[in-house]
Each structure stands twice: as structure tokens, then as C-alpha cells.
Design a protein around this ligand. Structure first.
Ligand code: PAF
Length: 308
């Protein structure tokens, strides 16, 4: 495995002729990232993982400085996952000066996470476009936990004519059901306990979506433990179940946690997966239940894909 910045990457890339898969990351890697690398490995001859904490996507009051950067253990995880090149550029290499020209995420980037974090998705898309231009991947693999990011990168690929295939892998969860995230490191043990209201809310929604027929949502639910491989588990909505009922089931769980002072809800919404607009009562097609909350000051997101 080679590790380097822009010059080393350009030299390495010029020598390669096979299909290249890219997994872009900000480091602090966990087994969710390793699942992305394993998939990239299966889809290509060579795998590049980028590790770069991108200042453009952090707000002034966010955790850019504090963001974990455990480079030695990150490199070990890349090696273990069979990565060929780790692109780990210095800040000054990626941004010798603040970029004047940036990618603008548009309406889909201004809602939900984009509303909570103004400018976030412009920063994400700008760095992802730079990574695409530098690494020239044939395929890229993203996690579906950051589902809005996935939708926007997919849209950027289409709108800006990048010749790149994008694959989304389902949320990887710890045994307690919490979606894996580098930011989970910020949670104290009691915060973590409180954060479990999020997967519980998704399970409640999945149960209503299934028409209440499912048993044992806590052990086999959409958001409960163990869903660490395979394609996205898309729950089918039973005939006659309305979007409103699904959203209300999740809201009831989160609101009671909020009333106990365990978390603050940022948003919870059942949206059309292709537009991120709220689902009307007669919705048919692919939907997403989007959830975001802060727990002990840590911003967490999760989602549940549903098919009406
Ligand atoms: O999902 C992330 O880790 C980041 O947003 C990404 C895609 C690497 C861009 O900085």
C-alpha cells in the first residue's frame, strides 16, 4: 500500500491501467468505512481511499479542529481492507488558498443537514469534485448513512458529467443499533445510551410501515443491530399505511426522549428519495425517513429507506 499527497498520487495514477475504485473519507475510520473499501475492492482492480478533513464543509462553530485524526490506526485499517493507495494530502496542498470557485449544492443541499449546517454541502461537493479530478476513479463507494450527501454526489455526477459509477452501501450499525459514525467517539457512555432513541424511532417507523405485522422489531428491526453487510434493506410499506402514520411513530419515540431531556431533535421527515421533498399522503415510490438529533452536543444523523 502506498500513502501520499498530490504528487505521489499523480505518479501512482499515471502507472495504473486497471479500474480504480475510490472511497472518500475524513479518516477516523471504523468498520463501516472498511465495508466501503471491501466493496470498492470487489468492484475494481485498484482501491484508493482518501483521508482528508475538509475545512470547507465545517461551519465556524463546528468541530474541524477537534475532529479525530488517528492516522496510524487509519492506515492500518486501510492496509487490512486491501487498499492500494491512501491519498492523504496536506491542507495546504488541497487549498493553497481559499478557493474562489466552488460547487453549489442547490435546493437539495439547502434542506435538512444543509439547513442545519449552511454551506456544508457546497464544501462537500467541492472537495469531492477535486478528489474525482485528482484520483480519476471509475467507481466510487459512499455510505448511505449520510444519505443526503449520497443523493447530492449522485446528482453532481449527473449534472457535471463525471464519468463515474456511484454505489451506496447500507448503514452499518453497532450491536446496540446505533449507526456507525466517526462522531460517535464524542459520545459519553450515557450519551450513547440516549442516542439509541434514534434507531428505536426508526424501528418504530419500520414496524408501522410493515402494517404492525412484524414481530420483534428490537432484534430484527430495520435499524437494530447487525446490519453490517449486503445491499440496503429497503422496508416495504404495507398497503394503506400513510406516510403520516410512519412519521408519527418515529416522532413519538424521539419526542418522548426529547421531553426527558435526552436529546434535541433537529429534524425528522419522511421524504421522496428522489427530491428530498416531504411525501404527500398518496405517495408511491422510494422514500426516506430522515432523522437528525443532537445528543450531549454531538450531531447525529440516521435514516430508513422505505418503498411505497
Ligand atoms: O462523508 C465524508 O466523510 C465526507 O463528507 C467526504 C465525502 C469524505 C468529503 O469530505
Amino acid at each position: 500500500m502506498e500513502v501520499g499527497g498530490i504528487q505521489a498520487l499523480r505518479r501512482w495514477r499515471a502507472r495504473q491501467s486497471g479500474r480504480v475504485g475510490l472511497v472518500p473519507t475524513m479518516g477516523a475510520l471504523h468498520s463501516g468505512h472498511q465495508a466501503l473499501m471491501t466493496r470498492a475492492r470487489a468492484e475494481s482492480d485498484l482501491v484508493v481511499t482518501s483521508i482528508f478533513v475538509n475545512p470547507l464543509q465545517f461551519g465556524a462553530d463546528e468541530d474541524f479542529v477537534q475532529y479525530p485524526r488517528p492516522i496510524a490506526s487509519d492506515l492500518a485499517k486501510c492496509e487490512e481492507a486491501g487498499v492500494d493507495f491512501v491519498f492523504a494530502p496536506a491542507l495546504g496542498e488541497m487549498y493553497p488558498s481559499a478557493p474562489e470557485v466552488r460547487v453549489v449544492a442547490g435546493r437539495m443541499g439547502a434542506v435538512f443537514e444543509g439547513e442545519a449546517r449552511p454551506g456544508h454541502f457546497d464544501g462537500v461537493l467541492t472537495v469531492v469534485a477535486k478528489l474525482f479530478n485528482l484520483i480519476k476513479p471509475d467507481v466510487t463507494v459512499f455510505g448511505l448513512k449520510d444519505i443526503q450527501q449520497f443523493c447530492l454526489v449522485k446528482r453532481m455526477i449527473a449534472d457535471l458529467d463525471f464519468d463515474i459509477e456511484i454505489i451506496g452501501l447500507p448503514v452499518v450499525r453497532d450491536a446496540d443499533g446505533l449507526a456507525m459514525s466517526s462522531r460517535n467517539e464524542y459520545l459519553s457512555p450515557s450519551d450513547r445510551e440516549r442516542a439509541l432513541a434514534i434507531p428505536r424511532a426508526l424501528d418504530a417507523a419500520a414496524e408501522v410501515a410493515a402494517g404492525g405485522a412484524r414481530e420483534g422489531a428490537a432484534s430484527g428491526g430495520a435499524a437494530s443491530g447487525g446490519a453490517d453487510s449486503g445491499e440496503a434493506v429497503v422496508e416495504s410499506v404495507a398497503d394503506g399505511v400513510l406516510p403520516e402514520a410512519i412519521e408519527s411513530a418515529a416522532r413519538a419515540v424521539l419526542e418522548s426522549a426529547a421531553e426527558r431531556g435526552e436529546l434535541d431533535i433537529i429534524y425528522l421527515s419522511l421524504v421522496d428519495a428522489s427530491t428530498l421533498r416531504p411525501c404527500p399522503a398518496d405517495f408511491r415510490g422510494s422514500a426516506l425517513l430522515l432523522v437528525s438529533a443532537t445528543v450531549g452536543g454531538t450531531h447525529l444523523i440516521d435514516n430508513l429507506p422505505l418503498e411505497f
